[in-house]
Design a protein around this ligand. Sequence first.
Ligand code: SMG
Ligand code: MG
Length: 369
Amino acid sequence: MKVESITLHRIGMPLVRPFETSFGRETERDVLLVHLVTDVAEGWGECVAGSSPAYSSEYVDGCALVIEHHLAPRIFAAHDLRAADLGRLLAPVVGHRMAKAALEAAVLDAELRASGLSFSERLGAVRTEVDCGVSVGISTSIDELLDEVQGYVDSGYRRIKLKIKPGWDLEPVARVRELLGPDAALQVDANTAYTRADIAHLRELDTADLLLIEQPFDEEDIASHVALADAIRTPVCLDESIVSASVAVEAIDRGATSIINIKPGRVGGYLPAVAIHDVCVERSVPVWCGGMLETGIGRAMNVALAALPGFTLPGDTSASDRYYAEDLTEPFVLHEGRLTVPTGPGSGVTVRTDLVAAWARSAPTVLHP
Ligand code: SMG
Ligand code: MG
């Protein structure tokens, strides 16, 4: 495959309600899309970086620049580009996994459309639909939180995840557990908001009988996660810390994590995500698919990934209407708490280019060899 052009689109998509985590509040998603034209097919990819480097060190402006100046030239220089070669081709650029993942998604999409294969076939999916959870942001009051959670329960979500931070943890978690009853699947995500000094406090979450606690400490602080895992009955799950299969193996072997959240953007793409899935399956560590408020483009690909055998817990693979009144592709709609895995070539969804144009924040950047 020969790449003829790479176009970077920057769009803004309003959220149906603000989304607050321990590191900030968002009302609109700032999205970078990659549109690849090759000699055989076209492909689209989505970058999951945020507007500011708050979830991780990457952010949208930085991703656009590193693609333009460092990654795209390496792709244009390849004679016969294949998605499987991207890891090696882009390795001279250190880090920048979200930028690489956006390009990888577009390359995979084009390659698969050319060969008539779907993402689910290419990645090794074994299910036709996936169980869905929903991530619930920090609210302004407990009553508002309970209303929001009840709405998701009524929609059929199979698992609730609450965002927590110091000052918003034991009380909201206990109240939501009371609302859901003892058997419902409930988990929490701190996005690194705590420190090792909070271990005794976090232990009190054990009474809520959670599926897991996600990333309480700094992404580089594996040792504190080991200490927490030793002290708490609730399983510890890493998100931000896990950037590669080798880091996953290290964290599992050290006892820092017994469940892993896999996000393709965080780990450099769908093929690295499958590699992490594989090392986890070998070690009997359950995984689930994380989310980064994806549009239909990334959501379609995530749903395909979540259909792999090791994804045994519901993912943050919510329906399109969890975040967007109108999606960039045909919307993903929940049926009995599940989403259907797309089966068409590539991502299996069609990008609405009229909306890409209507929601543009700036003129597209068109890159050529
Ligand atoms: O796509 O539903 C989604 C978002 C799920 O909570 C979610 N993601 O740390 O897991 C996580 C967060 C990161 C969100 S960054 C804005
Ligand atoms: Mg998380």
